[in-house]
Design a protein around this ligand. Structure first.
Ligand code: GLV
Ligand code: MN
Ligand code: MN
Length: 425
Protein backbone atom coordinates (compact mmCIF):
# COMPACT_ATOMS: atom_id res chain seq x y z
CA UNK A 1 0.00 0.00 0.00
CA UNK A 2 1.51 3.36 -0.98
CA UNK A 3 1.92 5.90 1.79
CA UNK A 4 0.92 9.06 -0.03
CA UNK A 5 -2.35 10.23 -1.51
CA UNK A 6 -2.59 13.79 -2.78
CA UNK A 7 -6.09 14.01 -4.18
CA UNK A 8 -9.33 12.21 -3.65
CA UNK A 9 -11.10 10.17 -6.31
CA UNK A 10 -14.49 11.25 -7.58
CA UNK A 11 -16.09 8.27 -5.82
CA UNK A 12 -14.58 9.34 -2.48
CA UNK A 13 -15.84 12.91 -2.93
CA UNK A 14 -19.30 11.63 -3.89
CA UNK A 15 -19.43 9.36 -0.85
CA UNK A 16 -18.54 12.26 1.43
CA UNK A 17 -21.17 14.46 -0.20
CA UNK A 18 -23.84 11.81 0.37
CA UNK A 19 -23.30 11.72 4.15
CA UNK A 20 -26.45 13.00 5.85
CA UNK A 21 -25.95 15.04 9.00
CA UNK A 22 -29.61 14.52 9.98
CA UNK A 23 -29.63 10.77 9.48
CA UNK A 24 -26.40 10.36 11.45
CA UNK A 25 -27.68 12.57 14.27
CA UNK A 26 -30.98 10.69 14.44
CA UNK A 27 -29.07 7.43 14.79
CA UNK A 28 -26.97 8.88 17.63
CA UNK A 29 -30.15 10.05 19.38
CA UNK A 30 -31.89 6.69 18.90
CA UNK A 31 -28.92 4.80 20.40
CA UNK A 32 -28.75 7.25 23.32
CA UNK A 33 -32.26 6.23 24.33
CA UNK A 34 -30.99 2.76 25.21
CA UNK A 35 -29.65 3.01 28.74
CA UNK A 36 -30.25 6.76 28.63
CA UNK A 37 -29.51 8.64 31.87
CA UNK A 38 -31.80 11.53 32.67
CA UNK A 39 -28.88 13.95 32.60
CA UNK A 40 -27.94 13.25 28.97
CA UNK A 41 -25.46 10.39 29.08
CA UNK A 42 -25.93 6.64 28.87
CA UNK A 43 -25.12 3.50 30.74
CA UNK A 44 -24.60 0.76 28.19
CA UNK A 45 -21.85 -1.33 29.72
CA UNK A 46 -20.41 -4.30 27.86
CA UNK A 47 -22.59 -7.40 27.51
CA UNK A 48 -25.44 -5.98 29.60
CA UNK A 49 -29.10 -5.87 28.66
CA UNK A 50 -28.54 -2.38 27.26
CA UNK A 51 -25.62 -3.52 25.11
CA UNK A 52 -27.74 -6.41 23.79
CA UNK A 53 -30.59 -4.00 22.97
CA UNK A 54 -28.23 -1.61 21.17
CA UNK A 55 -26.82 -4.50 19.14
CA UNK A 56 -30.35 -5.59 18.19
CA UNK A 57 -31.17 -2.11 16.96
CA UNK A 58 -27.99 -1.90 14.89
CA UNK A 59 -28.60 -5.35 13.41
CA UNK A 60 -32.15 -4.30 12.43
CA UNK A 61 -30.82 -1.20 10.66
CA UNK A 62 -28.13 -3.24 8.93
CA UNK A 63 -30.59 -5.81 7.64
CA UNK A 64 -32.86 -3.06 6.34
CA UNK A 65 -29.87 -1.80 4.35
CA UNK A 66 -29.06 -5.26 3.00
CA UNK A 67 -25.76 -5.64 4.89
CA UNK A 68 -24.53 -9.13 5.75
CA UNK A 69 -24.45 -9.41 9.53
CA UNK A 70 -22.13 -11.81 11.34
CA UNK A 71 -20.60 -12.24 14.79
CA UNK A 72 -17.52 -13.96 16.20
CA UNK A 73 -16.66 -15.85 19.39
CA UNK A 74 -15.97 -12.59 21.26
CA UNK A 75 -19.35 -11.18 20.12
CA UNK A 76 -17.70 -8.66 17.82
CA UNK A 77 -20.37 -7.66 15.30
CA UNK A 78 -19.62 -7.23 11.59
CA UNK A 79 -21.95 -5.62 9.04
CA UNK A 80 -20.61 -6.29 5.59
CA UNK A 81 -21.23 -4.34 2.41
CA UNK A 82 -20.02 -6.57 -0.42
CA UNK A 83 -17.50 -5.29 -2.97
CA UNK A 84 -16.92 -6.25 -6.61
CA UNK A 85 -14.22 -8.67 -5.51
CA UNK A 86 -15.71 -10.81 -2.77
CA UNK A 87 -12.35 -12.55 -2.21
CA UNK A 88 -10.48 -9.27 -1.53
CA UNK A 89 -9.54 -8.45 2.07
CA UNK A 90 -12.14 -5.99 3.42
CA UNK A 91 -11.73 -2.49 4.79
CA UNK A 92 -13.00 -2.29 8.38
CA UNK A 93 -14.49 0.83 9.94
CA UNK A 94 -16.12 1.26 13.31
CA UNK A 95 -15.46 1.31 17.05
CA UNK A 96 -17.26 0.02 20.15
CA UNK A 97 -20.83 0.32 21.45
CA UNK A 98 -20.25 -0.24 25.17
CA UNK A 99 -20.05 2.77 27.48
CA UNK A 100 -18.60 3.70 30.83
CA UNK A 101 -20.91 3.10 33.85
CA UNK A 102 -22.11 6.69 33.51
CA UNK A 103 -20.80 7.53 30.08
CA UNK A 104 -21.57 9.87 27.25
CA UNK A 105 -23.58 9.51 24.06
CA UNK A 106 -20.55 9.53 21.75
CA UNK A 107 -17.57 7.59 23.14
CA UNK A 108 -17.45 4.52 20.97
CA UNK A 109 -20.90 4.47 19.45
CA UNK A 110 -20.11 7.55 17.33
CA UNK A 111 -17.51 5.53 15.43
CA UNK A 112 -19.92 2.68 14.75
CA UNK A 113 -22.66 5.05 13.62
CA UNK A 114 -20.34 7.14 11.45
CA UNK A 115 -19.28 3.91 9.72
CA UNK A 116 -22.92 2.89 9.36
CA UNK A 117 -23.71 6.31 7.89
CA UNK A 118 -20.94 5.67 5.37
CA UNK A 119 -22.84 2.55 4.25
CA UNK A 120 -25.98 4.65 3.78
CA UNK A 121 -24.01 7.29 1.89
CA UNK A 122 -22.49 4.71 -0.46
CA UNK A 123 -25.97 3.39 -1.25
CA UNK A 124 -27.31 6.88 -1.87
CA UNK A 125 -24.36 7.75 -4.11
CA UNK A 126 -24.67 4.44 -6.00
CA UNK A 127 -21.07 3.48 -5.25
CA UNK A 128 -19.82 -0.08 -5.45
CA UNK A 129 -16.29 -0.48 -4.12
CA UNK A 130 -13.73 -3.05 -5.21
CA UNK A 131 -13.22 -4.45 -1.71
CA UNK A 132 -15.94 -5.37 0.78
CA UNK A 133 -16.40 -2.98 3.68
CA UNK A 134 -17.18 -4.24 7.18
CA UNK A 135 -18.70 -1.96 9.79
CA UNK A 136 -17.43 -3.35 13.07
CA UNK A 137 -18.64 -3.00 16.67
CA UNK A 138 -16.02 -4.42 19.05
CA UNK A 139 -16.93 -5.99 22.38
CA UNK A 140 -15.96 -4.45 25.75
CA UNK A 141 -13.58 -1.70 24.71
CA UNK A 142 -14.12 0.27 27.90
CA UNK A 143 -13.20 -2.24 30.56
CA UNK A 144 -15.57 -0.43 32.94
CA UNK A 145 -17.57 -3.54 33.81
CA UNK A 146 -15.06 -6.28 33.01
CA UNK A 147 -11.76 -4.86 34.08
CA UNK A 148 -9.78 -5.29 30.87
CA UNK A 149 -10.52 -3.13 27.90
CA UNK A 150 -10.39 -3.89 24.16
CA UNK A 151 -11.49 -7.48 24.73
CA UNK A 152 -13.09 -7.98 21.33
CA UNK A 153 -10.39 -6.34 19.24
CA UNK A 154 -7.54 -8.04 21.12
CA UNK A 155 -9.15 -11.44 20.54
CA UNK A 156 -9.91 -10.70 16.88
CA UNK A 157 -6.32 -9.60 16.36
CA UNK A 158 -5.00 -12.79 17.94
CA UNK A 159 -3.18 -10.80 20.64
CA UNK A 160 -5.02 -12.27 23.65
CA UNK A 161 -6.91 -15.60 23.61
CA UNK A 162 -10.59 -15.38 24.49
CA UNK A 163 -9.99 -17.98 27.18
CA UNK A 164 -7.94 -15.41 29.12
CA UNK A 165 -11.08 -13.32 29.71
CA UNK A 166 -13.64 -15.99 30.50
CA UNK A 167 -13.21 -16.06 34.28
CA UNK A 168 -13.03 -12.28 34.70
CA UNK A 169 -15.58 -11.05 37.21
CA UNK A 170 -17.43 -7.83 36.48
CA UNK A 171 -18.04 -4.89 38.80
CA UNK A 172 -21.56 -6.34 39.26
CA UNK A 173 -20.28 -9.82 40.11
CA UNK A 174 -21.13 -11.32 36.70
CA UNK A 175 -18.70 -13.75 35.10
CA UNK A 176 -17.46 -12.67 31.67
CA UNK A 177 -18.16 -16.09 30.14
CA UNK A 178 -21.81 -15.94 31.26
CA UNK A 179 -22.38 -12.39 30.03
CA UNK A 180 -20.76 -13.30 26.72
CA UNK A 181 -22.92 -16.43 26.36
CA UNK A 182 -26.04 -14.37 27.07
CA UNK A 183 -25.08 -11.84 24.42
CA UNK A 184 -24.35 -14.52 21.83
CA UNK A 185 -27.60 -16.31 22.69
CA UNK A 186 -29.55 -13.12 21.89
CA UNK A 187 -28.63 -13.51 18.20
CA UNK A 188 -28.65 -17.27 17.60
CA UNK A 189 -29.31 -16.88 13.88
CA UNK A 190 -26.18 -14.86 13.09
CA UNK A 191 -23.46 -16.65 11.14
CA UNK A 192 -20.37 -17.16 13.31
CA UNK A 193 -17.13 -15.83 11.88
CA UNK A 194 -13.75 -17.23 12.92
CA UNK A 195 -11.28 -14.80 14.55
CA UNK A 196 -8.10 -13.51 12.85
CA UNK A 197 -9.16 -13.15 9.27
CA UNK A 198 -7.15 -10.91 6.96
CA UNK A 199 -8.20 -7.27 6.72
CA UNK A 200 -6.88 -4.67 4.29
CA UNK A 201 -7.20 -1.63 6.54
CA UNK A 202 -8.97 -0.37 9.67
CA UNK A 203 -10.26 3.15 10.24
CA UNK A 204 -11.83 4.22 13.55
CA UNK A 205 -13.64 7.53 14.00
CA UNK A 206 -13.95 8.77 17.60
CA UNK A 207 -14.52 11.91 19.60
CA UNK A 208 -11.20 13.40 20.71
CA UNK A 209 -11.91 13.04 24.46
CA UNK A 210 -9.56 15.95 25.06
CA UNK A 211 -9.50 19.71 24.44
CA UNK A 212 -6.97 20.21 21.63
CA UNK A 213 -9.21 20.36 18.54
CA UNK A 214 -11.73 22.68 20.15
CA UNK A 215 -9.05 24.98 21.59
CA UNK A 216 -7.24 25.24 18.27
CA UNK A 217 -10.39 25.68 16.18
CA UNK A 218 -9.74 22.47 14.24
CA UNK A 219 -12.34 20.13 12.71
CA UNK A 220 -10.46 16.85 12.46
CA UNK A 221 -7.39 15.15 13.90
CA UNK A 222 -5.48 12.55 11.92
CA UNK A 223 -4.34 10.38 14.81
CA UNK A 224 -0.68 9.40 14.77
CA UNK A 225 -0.82 6.66 17.41
CA UNK A 226 -1.86 5.64 20.91
CA UNK A 227 0.15 5.91 24.11
CA UNK A 228 0.92 2.86 26.27
CA UNK A 229 -1.24 1.77 29.20
CA UNK A 230 -0.75 -0.46 32.18
CA UNK A 231 -3.63 -1.41 34.45
CA UNK A 232 -3.08 -2.93 37.86
CA UNK A 233 -5.25 -4.22 40.68
CA UNK A 234 -3.98 -3.76 44.22
CA UNK A 235 -5.36 -5.67 47.17
CA UNK A 236 -4.34 -4.56 50.64
CA UNK A 237 -4.89 -6.93 53.54
CA UNK A 238 -5.39 -5.48 57.02
CA UNK A 239 -7.19 -6.73 60.10
CA UNK A 240 -10.76 -5.82 61.05
CA UNK A 241 -11.26 -4.46 64.55
CA UNK A 242 -13.41 -2.21 66.70
CA UNK A 243 -13.03 1.46 65.76
CA UNK A 244 -13.60 2.62 69.33
CA UNK A 245 -11.38 0.27 71.25
CA UNK A 246 -8.36 -0.77 69.16
CA UNK A 247 -5.19 1.16 70.14
CA UNK A 248 -3.18 2.76 67.34
CA UNK A 249 -0.23 0.37 67.69
CA UNK A 250 -2.48 -2.67 67.23
CA UNK A 251 -4.17 -1.49 64.09
CA UNK A 252 -3.69 -2.95 60.62
CA UNK A 253 -5.97 -0.50 58.83
CA UNK A 254 -6.15 -1.37 55.14
CA UNK A 255 -7.72 1.95 54.17
CA UNK A 256 -5.05 4.05 55.89
CA UNK A 257 -2.49 1.87 54.11
CA UNK A 258 -4.22 2.49 50.76
CA UNK A 259 -4.23 6.24 51.36
CA UNK A 260 -0.47 6.12 52.07
CA UNK A 261 0.17 3.97 49.00
CA UNK A 262 -1.75 6.32 46.72
CA UNK A 263 0.02 9.37 48.18
CA UNK A 264 3.45 7.81 47.65
CA UNK A 265 2.48 6.74 44.13
CA UNK A 266 1.49 10.31 43.31
CA UNK A 267 5.04 11.27 44.32
CA UNK A 268 6.48 8.56 42.06
CA UNK A 269 4.38 9.77 39.14
CA UNK A 270 5.40 13.44 39.39
CA UNK A 271 6.38 14.53 35.91
CA UNK A 272 7.53 18.07 35.07
CA UNK A 273 6.78 17.36 31.38
CA UNK A 274 3.20 16.32 32.27
CA UNK A 275 3.30 13.27 30.00
CA UNK A 276 2.53 10.73 32.72
CA UNK A 277 -1.11 9.88 33.41
CA UNK A 278 -1.86 8.18 36.72
CA UNK A 279 -5.37 7.43 37.99
CA UNK A 280 -6.88 5.46 40.85
CA UNK A 281 -10.47 5.18 39.62
CA UNK A 282 -11.93 2.39 41.74
CA UNK A 283 -11.60 1.86 45.48
CA UNK A 284 -13.46 -0.86 47.36
CA UNK A 285 -13.38 -0.95 51.14
CA UNK A 286 -14.36 -3.98 53.22
CA UNK A 287 -16.34 -4.35 55.36
CA UNK A 288 -17.21 -0.70 54.64
CA UNK A 289 -18.68 0.11 58.01
CA UNK A 290 -18.16 3.42 59.87
CA UNK A 291 -17.10 1.76 63.12
CA UNK A 292 -15.02 -1.17 61.88
CA UNK A 293 -11.34 -0.87 60.97
CA UNK A 294 -11.14 -1.73 57.23
CA UNK A 295 -9.76 -5.24 56.75
CA UNK A 296 -9.38 -5.12 52.99
CA UNK A 297 -9.05 -2.48 50.30
CA UNK A 298 -8.92 -3.11 46.60
CA UNK A 299 -8.01 -0.32 44.20
CA UNK A 300 -7.19 -0.03 40.52
CA UNK A 301 -4.31 1.78 38.84
CA UNK A 302 -4.51 3.20 35.33
CA UNK A 303 -1.02 4.33 34.35
CA UNK A 304 -0.18 5.69 30.88
CA UNK A 305 2.81 7.09 29.07
CA UNK A 306 3.73 7.56 25.40
CA UNK A 307 7.23 6.10 25.92
CA UNK A 308 7.58 2.32 26.35
CA UNK A 309 10.79 2.61 28.42
CA UNK A 310 9.20 5.04 30.86
CA UNK A 311 6.11 2.85 31.13
CA UNK A 312 8.34 -0.05 32.09
CA UNK A 313 10.59 1.89 34.48
CA UNK A 314 7.84 3.57 36.50
CA UNK A 315 5.60 0.53 36.13
CA UNK A 316 8.06 -1.69 37.98
CA UNK A 317 8.61 0.96 40.66
CA UNK A 318 4.87 0.97 41.43
CA UNK A 319 4.94 -2.44 43.04
CA UNK A 320 7.96 -1.62 45.24
CA UNK A 321 6.42 1.61 46.45
CA UNK A 322 3.13 -0.08 47.36
CA UNK A 323 4.76 -2.86 49.41
CA UNK A 324 6.76 -0.30 51.35
CA UNK A 325 3.88 2.14 51.86
CA UNK A 326 1.28 -0.33 53.15
CA UNK A 327 3.33 -1.67 56.09
CA UNK A 328 2.26 -3.09 58.55
CA UNK A 329 -0.47 -4.29 56.16
CA UNK A 330 0.43 -6.44 53.15
CA UNK A 331 -0.41 -6.02 49.50
CA UNK A 332 -0.71 -8.04 46.32
CA UNK A 333 -0.30 -6.19 43.04
CA UNK A 334 -1.47 -7.73 39.78
CA UNK A 335 -1.07 -6.29 36.30
CA UNK A 336 -4.45 -6.86 34.66
CA UNK A 337 -3.75 -5.32 31.27
CA UNK A 338 -0.82 -3.91 29.31
CA UNK A 339 -0.96 -2.16 25.96
CA UNK A 340 2.25 -0.97 24.31
CA UNK A 341 2.50 2.49 22.75
CA UNK A 342 1.34 1.98 19.16
CA UNK A 343 2.18 4.35 16.29
CA UNK A 344 -0.13 4.17 13.29
CA UNK A 345 2.37 3.21 10.64
CA UNK A 346 1.25 3.11 7.02
CA UNK A 347 -0.93 5.30 4.88
CA UNK A 348 -4.00 6.00 6.99
CA UNK A 349 -2.98 9.13 8.95
CA UNK A 350 -1.95 10.89 5.74
CA UNK A 351 -5.05 9.65 3.91
CA UNK A 352 -7.20 11.17 6.66
CA UNK A 353 -5.28 14.44 6.41
CA UNK A 354 -5.72 14.51 2.64
CA UNK A 355 -9.41 13.64 2.84
CA UNK A 356 -10.13 16.29 5.48
CA UNK A 357 -8.21 18.98 3.58
CA UNK A 358 -9.94 18.06 0.31
CA UNK A 359 -13.29 18.48 2.06
CA UNK A 360 -12.29 21.96 3.23
CA UNK A 361 -11.84 20.93 6.89
CA UNK A 362 -9.11 22.14 9.23
CA UNK A 363 -7.01 19.13 10.17
CA UNK A 364 -3.91 18.46 12.29
CA UNK A 365 -2.00 15.44 13.51
CA UNK A 366 -2.56 14.38 17.11
CA UNK A 367 -1.52 11.47 19.34
CA UNK A 368 -4.21 9.69 21.36
CA UNK A 369 -4.06 9.69 25.15
CA UNK A 370 -6.99 7.26 25.31
CA UNK A 371 -6.64 3.68 24.15
CA UNK A 372 -8.84 2.38 21.36
CA UNK A 373 -9.53 -0.83 19.46
CA UNK A 374 -7.33 0.54 16.66
CA UNK A 375 -4.35 -0.31 18.89
CA UNK A 376 -5.07 -4.01 18.39
CA UNK A 377 -6.31 -3.73 14.81
CA UNK A 378 -2.89 -2.23 14.01
CA UNK A 379 -1.37 -5.66 14.68
CA UNK A 380 -3.38 -7.08 11.76
CA UNK A 381 -3.42 -4.39 9.07
CA UNK A 382 -2.64 -0.71 8.51
CA UNK A 383 -4.84 1.12 10.99
CA UNK A 384 -5.67 4.69 11.84
CA UNK A 385 -8.16 6.96 13.51
CA UNK A 386 -9.80 10.31 13.03
CA UNK A 387 -10.98 12.47 15.89
CA UNK A 388 -13.71 15.08 15.96
CA UNK A 389 -13.83 17.81 18.63
CA UNK A 390 -15.89 17.39 21.78
CA UNK A 391 -17.17 20.19 24.00
CA UNK A 392 -14.64 21.33 26.63
CA UNK A 393 -12.68 18.15 25.91
CA UNK A 394 -14.97 16.23 28.29
CA UNK A 395 -15.46 12.47 27.93
CA UNK A 396 -16.26 9.44 30.12
CA UNK A 397 -19.03 11.63 31.48
CA UNK A 398 -22.70 12.28 30.67
CA UNK A 399 -21.51 15.80 29.73
CA UNK A 400 -19.83 14.49 26.57
CA UNK A 401 -21.04 16.42 23.50
CA UNK A 402 -20.16 16.98 19.86
CA UNK A 403 -22.42 18.97 17.54
CA UNK A 404 -24.34 17.39 14.65
CA UNK A 405 -22.09 19.29 12.23
CA UNK A 406 -18.90 18.02 13.92
CA UNK A 407 -20.23 14.46 13.81
CA UNK A 408 -21.11 14.79 10.14
CA UNK A 409 -17.70 16.26 9.26
CA UNK A 410 -16.01 13.21 10.78
CA UNK A 411 -18.35 10.88 8.89
CA UNK A 412 -17.53 12.66 5.61
CA UNK A 413 -13.80 12.19 6.16
CA UNK A 414 -14.45 8.57 7.06
CA UNK A 415 -16.61 7.94 3.97
CA UNK A 416 -13.98 9.44 1.66
CA UNK A 417 -11.12 7.55 3.32
CA UNK A 418 -12.95 4.23 3.31
CA UNK A 419 -13.86 4.54 -0.38
CA UNK A 420 -10.22 5.35 -1.27
CA UNK A 421 -9.03 2.30 0.63
CA UNK A 422 -11.78 -0.02 -0.61
CA UNK A 423 -11.02 0.82 -4.23
CA UNK A 424 -7.32 0.03 -3.95
CA UNK A 425 -5.94 -3.01 -5.70
C1 GLV B 1 -10.64 4.09 26.82
O1 GLV B 1 -11.82 4.20 27.11
C2 GLV B 1 -9.59 4.58 27.66
O2 GLV B 1 -9.73 4.52 28.89
O3 GLV B 1 -8.60 5.10 27.14
MN1 MN C 1 -14.00 4.83 23.11
MN1 MN D 1 -13.98 5.24 26.62
Amino acid sequence: MSNTVHTLSEAALNAAAAVSENRLWRSIEAMAEIGGLGKGGVTRQALTREDIAARAMLIGWARALGLEVSIDEAANLFLRRPGQDSAAAPVLAGSHMDSQPAGGRFDGIYGVLAAFETMNALDDAGIVTRRPIDVVAWTNEEGGRFERGCTGSSVWAGQVPLAAFLDDVGSDGARFADALAETLAATPDLPRRPPRWPAYAYVEPHIEQGPVLEKQGLDIAAVTGIQGVRWMRVEIAGVAGHAGTTPAAWRRDALQAAVRAITWLNGLMEDPRDLTRFTVGRLLVEPNSPNTIPSKVTFTIDFRHPDAAELKRRGSAIERVIHEAVKPCTATVVTTSEMSPTPFEGPIPSLIETAAAALGLKVARLASGAFHDALYAAAVCPAGMLFIPCRNGVSHSPEEYSTPAQCAAGARVLAASVVELANRA
